[in-house]
Every structure is written in C-alpha cells, then in structure tokens.
Design a protein around this ligand. Structure first.
Ligand code: FES
Length: 164
C-alpha cells in the first residue's frame, strides 16, 4: 500500500491504516461522504489525528483544509484522544443555581484537569454541557450514558472512583 505522496508504508503503518482503508473502500470518492467517513474513522480510532485526516482528504480528492473545515465545525469530531469515560457536567440554569459550579470544581480537583481536557491516563474527559433534561435532579452530571443527580461536591470522589 502507498500513502501520502506515494511513500511506501511500513508494516506498522499498513496495520494502522488498514481499518481506514476498509472504511474508505465502502464509499465513492465524493465530498458528500466526508461526514460518514469521518464518523466511522473516529469510531475506529477514537479521535481524528492529522495523519488520518490527511489520508481521508487524499482518498476523497479533497484538500486538507476542506476536511479540517468540517472537523472543526462539528462538535462531534475530536482531534485529540478522548478518555475512556466522558464526564459531562450540566451548566444549565437549574443546575447552576443548585451548585453545579461547585460540583464542577470538585470534579476538576479530583481529576486534575480543566473542562475540555483529558486525563493523562486517558481514563476521563471532562466537558460542560447545557441542560441535559434532568433538571428535577439538579445538579446533574452524566458519566458516559448514566445520569447522576442531586450531587454535592462531597459525593464526587466516590462517584468517580467507580470509573477508575
Ligand atoms: S439545567 Fe441541568 S439538567 Fe437541566
């Protein structure tokens, strides 16, 4: 297999790109398939590093800046590795007035990261979100698909420890 200007790939690189080649093989070389290709690539690799985006751009006959334009426009796409567990802290009004910011501070302290960051061991990514529709349980966080409500800063270490 060749890539990126005709350079021959090492065996390790071939292995790395093989899942991407499989994804690309399922789509015609058309710009309208960029989003589904990006979605599948992200599912496969966990995020979209530059070398993957470069490969996608050349495979779909697009410029790298076109691909970056799409990746940076949609929040669903990530260019940095994400944690195994995604912690989303609600910053909606109901959660805010019931101490959501204190819960957020406790989580930041516990994980040693800011919102938008991932822990070094790639176990947690911390994000803030607008109302997640469980205002009756405010303040609320979500860890992956599960909702944790009526939180206090004191409860944070115990909840997070379940995911360590
Ligand atoms: S404001 Fe937090 S769940 Fe609605």
């Amino acid at each position: 297999m060749e890539c990126c200007g005709g350079n021959k790939l090492t065996e390790k690189q071939e292995k790395y790109y093989a899942p991407l080649q499989k994804i690309l093989a399922r789509y015609e070389k058309k710009e309208r398939y960029l989003i589904p290709v990006l979605q599948e690539a992200q599912e496969e690799y966990g995020y979209l590093p530059e070398e993957i985006l470069t490969n996608i751009a050349s495979s779909l006959d697009l410029s790298l800046s076109q691909v970056y334009g799409v990746v940076t426009f949609y929040t669903q796409f990530h260019q940095e590795p994400r944690g195994k567990n995604i912690v989303r802290v609600c910053m909606g009004t109901a959660c805010h007035v019931r101490g959501g910011d204190k819960v957020l501070t406790a989580i930041k302290d516990e994980l040693g990261i800011e919102s938008g960051e991932t822990t070094k061991d790639l176990n947690f990514t911390l994000e803030t979100v607008a109302c997640i529709g469980a205002c009756g349980l405010a303040p609320v966080i979500m860890i992956n698909d599960s909702t944790h409500g009526r939180l206090t800063p004191e409860k944070v270490p115990e909840i997070l420890s379940e995911f360590k």
